[in-house]
Design a protein around this ligand. Structure first.
Ligand code: PSU
Length: 305
């Protein structure tokens, strides 16, 4: 069976030329930000990747095909579409089989990027172990994907709405390298530090690229999580964001929100409670991750040529 992969003209040309490519996800567009900021941000992130020497490949499922790179019209359609499925490893094939429209989470984007031969992917924050997971068992499939699929994911850590110590534990159990970029602390999405030390630290994109190459050469499956702190001017300090997170978590519990709906609900509540500041921070950190991912992808492309 041939894979239902479709490449945008820009990505097809980049593949031919052996240029650096950075994968971008689409759940952040459909479930992570409101319209029109979602489409504006997706465009700005793509431009940031281009400005730093790589080609962006935003990934989504449309009409039974995996799109690797979206045209401006496709991005616009996705950003305004209603009832888009939030796809992870479990539901990717089902969405393709039924011809639906689906946005890819970190896990699904990693799978599609790997199929397309892309080794680096930039997002905002990965999913992780939710607070209260000891009773709900709510642990994002993103963590297991990092252990299975050889793609380096650049994120601002895991979202601080999660249980970060447990998230790091699960990553460790599954042998996922967690590399803080340029600092010792594991970042907490809206804040530069979570108060937890990251297991690894690297200060150069070239070292991160080499580590992914060596991981594969050693016969180890899986990728690596690069935890890139939000730029200082955009951060919301932990003492400011913590009460907001706690209020949002209480509301989610009171309303009985569960499973895939939890993260989008919390992000939306925090947007309202911070009068948009949480979204501004989210946009700044994604742009920052796009820059670093472009540098890593360029180093990887150099290593392959
Ligand atoms: N980064 C953001 N906003 C988001 C996400 C990442 O800045 O909304 C998405 C990613 O697609 C990630 C998902 O895979 O949130 C995690 O969802 P869950 O907690 O349900 O696994």
């Amino acid at each position: 069976m041939t894979l239902p992969l479709v490449f945008s003209p820009e990505v097809a040309a980049a593949r031919k030329a052996g240029a650096a490519i950075v994968a971008l996800e689409s759940t952040i567009i459909t479930h992570g930000m409101p319209f029109p900021q979602n489409v504006e941000t997706a465009r700005a992130v793509e431009d940031e990747v281009r400005a730093h020497g790589a080609v962006p490949a935003t990934i989504a499922i449309m009409g039974g095909r995996i799109h690797i790179g979206l045209t401006a019209e496709e991005l616009d359609t996705l950003g305004q579409a209603k009832d888009v499925a939030k796809l992870s490893r479990a539901d990717l094939a089902a969405c393709l089989a039924t011809g639906g429209i689906g946005a890819t989470t970190v896990a699904a984007t990693m799978i599609c990027a790997h199929l397309a031969g892309i080794h680096v992917f930039a997002t905002g924050g990965i999913g992780g172990v939710h607070r209260g997971a000891e009773t709900t068992f709510d642990i994002s499939a993103d963590l297991l994907e990092l252990a299975a699929t050889p793609v380096t994911v650049v994120a601002a850590g895991a979202k601080a709405i999660l249980d970060l110590p447990k998230t790091l534990e699960v990553l460790e159990t599954h042998g996922v390298p967690v590399i803080a970029y340029g600092q010792d602390a594991f970042p907490a999405f809206w804040s530069r530090t979570s108060g937890l030390k990251a297991p690894l630290r690297m200060d150069r994109a070239a070292d991160i690229a080499a580590a992914q190459r060596l991981r594969t050469a050693l016969g180890l499956p899986g990728g690596q999580l690069v935890a890139n702190p939000i730029p200082p001017e955009a951060e919301i300090a932990s003492h400011e964001i913590t009460p907001v997170i706690e209020r949002a978590l209480h509301q989610a519990e009171a309303e009985g929100i569960s499973a895939k709906a939890v993260t989008p609900y919390l992000l939306d509540r925090m947007y309202a409670m911070t009068e948009g500041r949480s979204l501004q921070a989210n946009i700044a950190l994604v742009l920052n991750n796009a820059r670093l991912a472009a540098e890593i992808a360029s180093e990887m492309a150099r290593g392959e040529s």
